[in-house]
Structures are given as structure tokens and as C-alpha cells.
Design a protein. Structure first.
Length: 301
């Protein structure tokens, strides 16, 4: 069961998604994931400056869905400049590729972070164009993938600084308007540097009350990105549409609501080359979930 993503070979089509591994050690560290049954290790998202998590309750999950307002918390580029080479060594030592999710706040920042990751030995950089959880005081920042001009500028800057052969993917938000999704696909398809699109990040600005009538997420007015099982049909639809409208040379990765082997198979049937998982890892507070899902996938594949 070998899978090829941009010339990178995976033993299985299942890995962790960005947001679940940002450090070297610990339950959310590279070493732990490298030992797991994940086919690859995704680190990040990383940013130039260190970022703290949003204050208060920023994550909640049930069997139906999860809410996430974690806001790109990470130790910043100086940390990764120092430790990414060791992360690569550990992951490659387990015969797995290492991918890095980069989140800039302008085109040049994406290029700087991507160059840092690739020079440290990362096998691919996934540009996070889709984080819905960035707030400045009481104002929510624009999600990059909904600004086609900005997406074009980011991809142009990446190609100029890294060269069109660099192994780069982009991660996008769910699009409810098929016309808008097609327009984004045209911008992405016009870039020679993009090798894959990950669909999708969390659904922006979901909301839920707890049993006492209080918001489950305490920051951002209770609004947060939604993941988990409820996102799966939406994400499958995005994967299916993207596979139809993107150039064949650009592969598609799926993310959203993966907790069983059947879920993985559904994404492969929809046109994904591989899938990424976050809620199932965070909810169960560990990476043992990979083994169970891969056992199930082997039985149905």
C-alpha cells in the first residue's frame, strides 16, 4: 500500500494534520509521532514570531464535532531554525517524510518560513492559507484563501524565492460557493510550484453552547473552527470538486472527520491521494489511533 505525494512515498495514506505536532518531545512532539503508525509527520503551523494560544477555553470536542480556536500557537521561527534539522533526522530515521505547515501574515513571510523548512530538510511545505482563528483585539483577520489576489501574490512570491520545483502544497478552507472554489482552483492551477491542495481546514465561525447555556469556546465571542465527523461530508465534497477542476499534476489531500478506516477509503474514492487527521488525535490525547484506523483500512481497502 504505497502512495506517492509529489514524489514523496508514503507507506499508508494517513498522517497527522497541522496543529497536532509543534514540538520535539511530548505527546504532541515529533518523536512520539515518528514512533506511531502515522505515515508521515506534519509539524506546525509555524510562524515567524512566537504565538500564544487564545486565552480561555480554546478547544472542545464531542463525537459529532470539535471546536478549535487555537490561533497558530507555536514557539516561532527561531525555535524551528534550531530544532527542525533534528526533527527531520528523527522522522527520517523512522523512514517517514517530514512535512511543515507554514503560516505567514504576508507573502514574504510564507516564503521565509518555507525556505527555512526546506533548508532544514523538510520534504514538503504546506502553506496554511486557511486558519480561521486569527483575531486582533476584537477584529477577526481575513482568511487568506478567500482573497484570490492575495493567494496569487503568495504563490508568485513562493515560486520566485523557492523555484517552481520546490515541493509545496496549500491548505484551504471549505467553500460553499462552487464558483468561488473554481476561481480559487484557477489561481492555484496557474502556479507551477503547487504540487497538492489539502481540503479542508476547519469550517470557520461555528458556535455551540454547553449545558448551562454558556459558549463552549470562551474567546472570540465563542466562534471557532469546526472539525470532526460533521465536517466529513463537506470535506469530501470539496475533495471531489477539486479533483475535477484542478490540473491532474496537482494532487489532493483530504482532511475532516476521519476516525475509521472506512473514512480514509471514502476520501481515496473521492479523489484524495492521502488524508490528514487532527480531531481524532486531539480528542483521544494520543497517537495510538493511527494503528486502529490502519488496521481497519487494510480490511476494507
Amino acid at each position: 500500500m504505497d502512495f506517492n505525494l509529489a514524489g514523496i512515498y508514503f507507506e499508508y495514506p494517513l498522517m497527522n494534520a497541522a496543529g497536532t505536532c509543534k514540538l520535539l518531545e511530548g505527546s504532541d512532539g515529533v518523536r512520539e509521532l515518528a514512533r506511531s503508525a502515522s505515515a508521515a509527520v506534519m509539524v506546525g503551523s509555524i510562524t515567524l514570531e512566537p504565538r500564544e494560544d487564545n486565552s480561555g477555553e480554546s478547544y472542545w470536542a464531542s463525537e459529532l464535532f470539535s471546536l478549535n480556536l487555537r490561533s497558530l500557537a507555536n514557539p516561532g521561527s527561531d525555535f524551528y531554525l534550531k530544532y527542525l534539522p533534528e526533527m527531520v533526522k528523527i522522522t527520517h530515521g523512522s523512514d517517514k517524510p517530514l512535512l511543515v505547515s507554514a503560516a505567514g501574515f504576508n507573502p514574504s513571510e510564507y516564503a521565509i518560513l518555507s525556505q527555512l523548512a526546506l533548508e532544514a530538510g523538510a520534504d514538503l511545505v504546506e502553506e496554511n492559507l486557511s486558519c480561521p482563528n486569527i483575531w486582533q483585539e476584537s477584529r477577526q483577520e481575513r482568511i487568506a484563501c478567500f482573497d484570490l489576489q492575495l493567494v496569487g501574490e503568495i504563490l508568485f512570491c513562493l515560486e520566485k524565492e523557492l523555484g517552481k520545483e520546490a515541493k509545496v502544497a496549500v491548505k484551504i478552507s471549505p467553500f460553499s460557493d462552487p464558483f468561488a472554489l473554481n476561481e480559487l482552483a484557477k489561481v492555484i492551477g496557474a502556479s507551477k510550484i503547487v504540487k497538492a491542495v489539502t481540503a479542508v481546514n476547519t469550517f470557520p465561525n461555528a458556535f455551540s453552547f454547553d449545558e448551562k447555556g454558556k459558549p463552549r469556546i470562551s474567546s472570540g465571542g465563542g466562534l471557532a473552527g469546526m472539525g470532526g465527523a460533521a465536517l466529513k461530508p463537506i470535506s469530501l465534497g470539496q475533495v471531489r470538486q477539486l479533483r475535477e477542476v484542478l490540473p491532474e499534476r496537482i494532487q489532493v489531500m483530504g482532511a475532516g472527520g476521519i476516525s475509521t478506516g472506512q473514512d480514509v477509503l471514502d476520501y481515496l474514492r473521492a479523489g484524495a491521494i492521502a488524508v490528514q487527521m487532527a480531531t481524532s488525535i486531539l480528542k483521544r490525547k494520543g497517537v495510538n489511533v493511527f494503528s486502529r484506523i490502519l488496521t481497519e483500512l487494510t480490511a476494507v481497502y
